[in-house]
Design a protein around this ligand. Structure first.
Ligand SMILES: *Cc1c(COP(=O)(O)O)cnc(C)c1O
Length: 430
């Protein structure tokens, strides 16, 4: 089947939506070709407007850990819908989702719901700055924390550098307090703490990086961050918008047994609806208005439909053996990709933590943004296109994570590995 309808829709979309999309990576710019317009999702599949069916490893960029249109989520939403779509007043659903989140992540003593991951990180940083009465923050090269001005900072070359805005429209003054360190390199963090003693409010990190492809923390790195922040009376913020309920049901903080002061969440906790949250130590969280003076608000925050999708998703995730099934699906897939690479002699590096995984087209060990950047993105583009032709929908960039869902059964994984095998052979033939 062709993609005629997608082509027509993309032409129409480009007239009214910048780049034809509502979020940049969706436009397929990094891999060539054009985006597919989706008619619906079902279990492990995305079905485009021309009727082509793809096995989906993007899963809305992480949220759909149960796959598309999971029966229990849909039923819960149908029931919730009849009760109204927004109240602008508290509902018991917020308490239930908050308590459920806490049962997975006991470090979260209190939390506040927002509507996106972007809101969660910007609000957590406002709170951290207010709590510590300091202005500077440290982020890491290659880590993405949403599109708030102060976090849109490109990392410089060399050792840790001062931030420069990554996008026009971000005033340099907005990022002058954003310091950038190298992922998996504690020395660059210590250097900044020495350079700016008593000035750093917080260190924010993706505890398993997922926005430069999956880059796990090296042993001792997160522990080192915990102790250097503690020594300097600075807060440690784990941005678990992606890793929460993805690298482990309890997030990276449970997997690596590290206690951050604040945690930001999103993606999975909304079960496919727009939700974010930030939470952590009670003595910090009570400073948020109205119990404290740090202002942060939202017309649709705690939205009943979003809360319902989140509650149902997390309740299903509690089912025994479900996580093991997810992890073993990832293991089988990683093994299959490894074998295809070995047979064809194409150098790759694979990383996987929990339900997140990446295939990097490079021979260099992956540990930070500079090693990730050595990837052959052209080769990735070929791989992406071959996989798409075979009905496998991967993230349209080398620098994005792959995601597994509970809807991806053995048959789906085998079919995927078959396609991987053919794709690697096609690449090897040149
Ligand atoms: C996706 C993501 C965000 C931004 O979340 P949005 O809901 O897209 O605003 C922030 N941090 C991390 C780690 C993410 O993966």
């Amino acid at each position: 089947m062709g993609i005629d309808k997608s082509i027509q829709l993309f032409d129409r979309a480009k007239e009214i939506l910048p780049g034809g999309v509502s979020s940049p990576v969706r436009a397929f710019r990094a891999v060539g070709g054009q985006p597919l317009f989706i008619d619906h999702g079902q279990g492990p599949y995305l079905i485009d407007v021309d009727g082509n069916r793809y096995i989906d490893y993007v899963l809305s960029w992480g949220p759909l850990v149960l796959g598309h249109a999971h029966e229990e989520v849909v039923t819960a939403l149908e029931n919730a819908l009849k009760r109204g779509t927004s109240y602008g007043a508290p509902s018991p659903l917020e308490i239930r989702l908050a308590e459920l989140v806490q049962s997975f992540m006991p470090n979260i003593e209190m939390l506040r719901f927002v509507n996106s991951g972007t809101e969660a990180t910007m609000s957590a940083l406002r709170l951290a700055r207010a709590f510590t009465k300091r202005n500077k923050i440290i982020k890491f090269e290659g880590c993405y924390h949403g599109h708030a001005d102060m976090l849109l900072v490109q990392a410089g070359s060399g050792v840790a550098t001062l931030g420069l805005p990554d996008s026009p429209g971000v005033p340099p003054a907005t990022v002058q307090d954003t310091l950038v360190a190298r992922y998996n390199d504690l020395d660059t963090v210590e250097l900044l703490f020495n350079q700016f003693p008593g000035e750093i409010a917080a260190v924010i990190i993706e505890p398993v990086a997922g926005n430069m492809g999956v880059v796990p923390p090296v042993e001792g790195f997160l522990e080192g961050l915990r102790s250097v922040t503690q020594q300097n009376e600075s807060l440690l913020i784990f941005d678990e918008v992606m890793t929460g309920f993805r690298v482990h049901p309890g997030g990276a903080q449970t997997l690596y047994d590290i206690k951050p002061d604040l945690t930001t969440l999103g993606k999975v906790i909304g079960g496919g609806l727009p939700v974010g949250a930030y939470g952590g130590r009670k003595d910090i969280m009570v400073q948020i208005a109205p119990s404290g003076s740090v202002y942060q608000a939202g017309t649709l925050s705690g939205n009943p439909l979003a809360m319902t999708a989140g509650i149902t998703t997390l309740e299903v995730l509690k089912q025994p053996a479900l996580w093991e099934k997810l992890e073993s699906a990832v293991a089988v897939l990683v093994q299959g990709v490894g074998q295809a690479a070995q047979k064809t002699g194409i150098p790759i590096q694979q990383t996987a933590v929990g339900t997140m995984f990446s295939t990097f087209f490079t021979e260099n060990e992956i540990k930070d943004w500079s090693t990730v950047k050595t990837c052959d993105t052209e080769r990735f583009g070929k791989y992406f296109q071959k996989m798409l032709e075979a009905g496998i929908y991967l993230a349209p960039s080398q620098f994005e994570a792959g995601f597994m869902s509970t809807a991806h059964d053995q048959k789906i994984i085998s079919k995927t590995i078959g396609a991987v095998d053919s794709a690697f052979q096609a690449i090897a033939r040149g």
